[in-house]
Design a protein around this ligand. Structure first.
Ligand SMILES: Cc1cc2nc3c(=O)[nH]c(=O)nc-3n(C[C@H](O)[C@H](O)[C@H](O)COP(=O)(O)OP(=O)(O)OC[C@H]3O[C@@H](n4cnc5c(N)ncnc54)[C@H](O)[C@@H]3O)c2cc1C
Length: 448
């Protein structure tokens, strides 16, 4: 009976025609729509599963507090702002500082501290660091994974003493030697830059660090909605239609035209750009997925606090050998205290905490207590699971991605972005540059 009623109220399928379709309204999707308009595409549709713009830029307002699902710090020279300069006045200028909790229980400079990681190890420790670097360089075996890479540059002893190895393990929730070398070559070049003898000497000499040439920014206190509404409105004026809270169930190709089925409607377009997870795109196009391409699910814990927290940086990384949490961000440093309380977010790799909010919280509390941090009234205000936070570089992920992207390309889909390219893009700036470069170098970049 119920089934019959559902059948009779189903609206007849209708078809809408567009010049181009973009899957995903994260920053890669928003910038893609802007570039497509620049290229002469008039009717562009952006389809997004969430009921909001901005993708993984997610804020959580709980009572008087305002948290993010991770740590988000932006720069005013990001190309995103070249497309949407109207957003700039909405950001909150900030002056963040970064630190790490060391395996020795100290709060030190992030990512490597000459003083804490090297000099404080004493004469014997310094000798061991030097010998282990020499050993790693002279008896260099094949560098086959991210751990080998780090070991080659700073040696086994400093890798452990600095907590870098523990942090690498925590980052993906897998042993550092299982992480693909591609990830190290992409994200860990700073180790190479900081560990040459010349760089070490430079760190030891007193020097004035160059003033940053850009301003650091946080989202508006009210959240991301106000920020990305500005971009969406601008795109709307240029001819973009947004379909939020909409899931595409199937994509077919008829001649050179894409037909997308979503929520009882069919949309057609001559060009299809995808910024959604690669496997999702493969699946809805009816192509083979690769189950080895998986992403990190984060748990974000949101706390408020009164008391002595034991450090004064705005972002603290966990480089100690224990504790599941990876990084914490003091939002009250950016937006001010609320009701006299500081507040912050903590990122935990869900798999490390057995996918349990309770375990994640319990572990965080006992770990910070053990390290004499947050001495006072620490109150959990809320928590959230964040799937698809970033891709896991394991089992030769980049080779698999190349195969998956070729499959999509043969079908005519241009796929890129953090999830669409299975690409660890550390910042919105990189995502924007990547989307632009990708769309501008495609041969079929002219509107018909
Ligand atoms: C925890 C964390 C902290 C970060 N910190 C910073 C920082 O400090 N500074 C900085 O600049 N960058 C930071 N980044 C990186 C930045 O968030 C990314 O570079 C950026 O979000 C990537 O944008 P994107 O559009 O490629 O992907 P996403 O933001 O992931 O967007 C993809 C979109 O596709 C949608 N989607 C998925 N499946 C479907 C479907 N089937 N149909 C339709 N839509 C779908 C998703 O809902 C999502 O909206 C951080 C990222 C994370 C996760």
């Amino acid at each position: 009976m119920v089934e019959q009623a559902a059948l009779t109220i189903e609206p007849p399928a209708s078809t809408e025609n567009f010049d181009a379709v973009v899957l995903g309204a994260g920053i890669s999707g928003l910038v893609s729509a802007a570039v497509l308009h620049d290229q002469g595409y008039r009717r562009v549709i952006v389809i997004e599963e969430f009921d909001k713009y901005g993708g993984n830029h997610i804020d959580c307002a709980i009572g008087p507090y305002t948290f993010d699902i991770g740590s988000f710090i932006f720069q005013d020279d990001s190309p995103l702002l070249a497309h949407f300069p109207e957003m700039l006045p909405l950001y909150v200028p900030i002056d963040p500082t970064w630190g790490k909790l060391t395996p020795q229980g100290a709060v030190a400079g992030y990512p490597l501290s000459i003083k804490d990681d090297i000099l404080r190890s004493g004469l014997w420790g310094c000798t061991r660091i030097g010998l282990s670097v020499l050993y790693a360089r002279i008896f260099r075996s094949k560098i086959g994974n991210a751990r080998d890479f780090a070991r080659y540059w700073i040696g086994d002893y400093l890798l452990k003493r600095s907590g870098l190895e523990s942090y690498m393990t925590r980052f993906f929730g897998i042993a550092a030697e299982k992480v693909d070398l591609d990830f190290a070559e992409k994200r860990m070049l700073w180790i190479k830059e900081h560990s040459s003898p010349r760089a070490m000497l430079r760190h030891l000499r007193p020097h004035k660090s160059a003033a940053p040439t850009n301003r650091q920014l946080a989202r508006p206190r009210s959240g991301y909605d106000d920020l990305y509404a500005v971009a969406a409105e601008k795109l709307g004026r240029r001819g973009t239609v947004f379909r939020l809270g909409c899931e595409v169930s199937k994509i077919r190709k008829v001649g050179s035209t894409f037909h997308l089925d979503a929520a009882g409607r069919t949309m057609t377009a001559g060009r299809l750009v995808s910024t959604i997870p690669i496997n999702r795109a493969l699946d809805i196009c009816g192509l083979d997925v690769d189950d080895n391409l998986s992403s990190v699910t984060l748990i974000s814990l949101f706390f408020s606090f009164v008391g002595k927290k034991g450090f004064d940086c705005s972002v603290l990384y966990n480089f100690s050998h224990n504790g599941f949490w990876k990084r914490l961000t003091m939002y009250s440093d950016f937006y001010g205290k609320s009701d006299g309380r500081e507040y912050f977010g903590v990122e935990v790799i869900a798999s490390q905490a057995g996918d349990s909010l309770e375990i994640a919280e319990r572990d965080f509390r006992s770990h910070v207590a053990h390290n004499h941090l947050f001495d006072g009234d620490l109150r959990l205000e809320g928590a959230r699971f964040v799937p698809n936070a970033y891709p896991i570089y394991v089992n030769n992920a980049q080779e698999r991605v190349a195969v998956a992207l070729t499959r999509l390309r043969s079908f005519g889909v241009e796929s890129f972005g953090r999830q669409g390219g299975f690409d660890y893009q550390p910042t919105a700036r990189v995502s924007t540059q990547n989307a632009e470069a990708h769309l501008r170098r495609q041969p079929e970049t002219k509107a018909s």
